[in-house]
Design a protein around this ligand. Structure first.
Ligand code: ASP
Length: 358
């Protein structure tokens, strides 16, 4: 699968140099390779498991339309944002504690090392596309709340109700069963009344998508309705660069789904990319970041005992990574997870490596 050798990758990424020698930040020879259809084997898209269609679309857009990777990722996730059955992203997403759907999204472009994001945006079905406009048409990175919504309207997006009857029904059940002040431990809140969510902790979701083009350019995006029943205005990791996503065109691209607070506190996606810069495979980098998260969670458990159980983190978190040479991988905290990948063999789900558990 590798299109450039590991030795060359390490050289490009500046690994193994004396501490006093800064790696070259000029575009690498690899990054300048001209676009060529017969290099399609090096065109990949990786995403969370809910993005099996998204990775196929993103890869096709790069190969057939020569679209830049970040735009292909943004367009790839659009069908999930519009899917009322995915209750963790966009339309149909579970609302905040007041019953309002608030979305978080960001994208990052490898070649320009630029990014855009919107957080707590309401009424806009495709926040990833708004994030892309923030990136391309402003010199800001983050827009939040009413400002983000107005920005989207200014660019022609229409305001629409994103709360489906099904999501509203689940929210009503949650509200009816809510007892006391649960704001301190929201991740352990359950929604037992809905069969689709029975036995789940408060439902997690999100889609991350990273894309590698045949010329070795990278881009990514992450989009979500965030933690269900969150406190209004709560921002997760998805719209925060370095947390829910990060890419460096010299090295690779990464993203996260799961407990956003843990991805924020660890700078998780940034850490994954930096580990790849240091020579880790994508899977090794994801596992390294999860172990770091676990160490931090164990310390944090003094304050939040619910985060730590049976000697391991009591929450879910998954990292996804794509290296510039075409290696990819994913790992999750507690097992059972899968991720979507599209390459020359097509789009499919593969198992995540596991940091803890069986
Ligand atoms: N990471 C998202 C957040 O914390 C939620 C998720 O991925 O499940 O908002």
């Amino acid at each position: 699968m590798s299109r450039i050798s590991r030795r060359r990758f390490l050289r490009v990424a500046g690994v193994g140099m004396a501490a006093s020698t800064l790696p070259s930040f000029a575009s690498s020879e690899t990054a300048r390779r001209p676009f060529s259809a017969d290099a399609a084997g090096s065109c990949l898209a990786i995403s969370s498991a809910n993005g099996i269609a998204s990775v196929a679309v993103a890869r096709a857009l790069v190969l057939e339309k020569a679209m830049r990777p970040v735009s292909a990722a943004v367009r790839g996730v659009a069908s999930v944002e519009a899917d009322e059955n995915d209750m963790s992203v966009g339309y149909g997403g579970l609302p905040n504690e007041l019953g309002v759907v608030q979305l978080d999204s960001a994208c990052m472009d490898g070649p320009t090392h630029n990014a855009g994001s919107v957080a707590s945006i309401e009424d806009i079905m495709h926040p990833a596309q708004v994030a892309e406009l923030v990136m391309d048409h402003t010199d800001h990175i983050n827009l939040v709340g009413p400002g983000a919504r107005q920005f989207a309207l200014d660019y022609g997006f229409k305001a629409e109700n994103l709360l489906t009857e099904r999501a509203r029904g689940i929210w009503l059940k949650w509200r009816a069963q809510r007892s006391g002040d649960d704001r301190l431990w929201p991740l352990l809140d359950t929604v037992p009344a809905d069969p689709a969510l029975a036995a789940e902790p408060r439902p997690w979701g999100t889609i991350h998508c990273s894309v590698l083009a045949p010329n070795a350019d990278l881009g990514c995006c992450t989009t979500t309705s965030g933690l269900a029943f969150k406190i209004p205005g709560r921002i997760g990791d998805s719209p925060l660069i370095g947390c829910g996503l990060y890419c460096d065109n010299e090295v690779g691209s990464a993203g996260a789904t799961g407990r956003g607070e843990a991805a924020i506190l660890s700078g998780g996606s940034w850490l994954v990319v930096e580990r790849m810069r240091a020579g880790d495979t994508p899977e090794e980098a994801c596992l390294y970041a999860l172990r770091r998260v676990a160490q931090q969670a164990e310390r944090g458990a003094r304050w939040q005992p619910a985060l730590w159980k049976d000697g391991q983190p009591n929450f879910g978190l998954t990292f996804y990574a794509l290296r510039k040479d075409g290696l990819y991988g994913s790992a999750n905290m507690r097992g059972g997870g899968r991720f979507a990948i599209a390459d020359e063999k097509g789009a499919r789900l593969e198992n995540c490596a596991i940091a803890f558990g069986q």
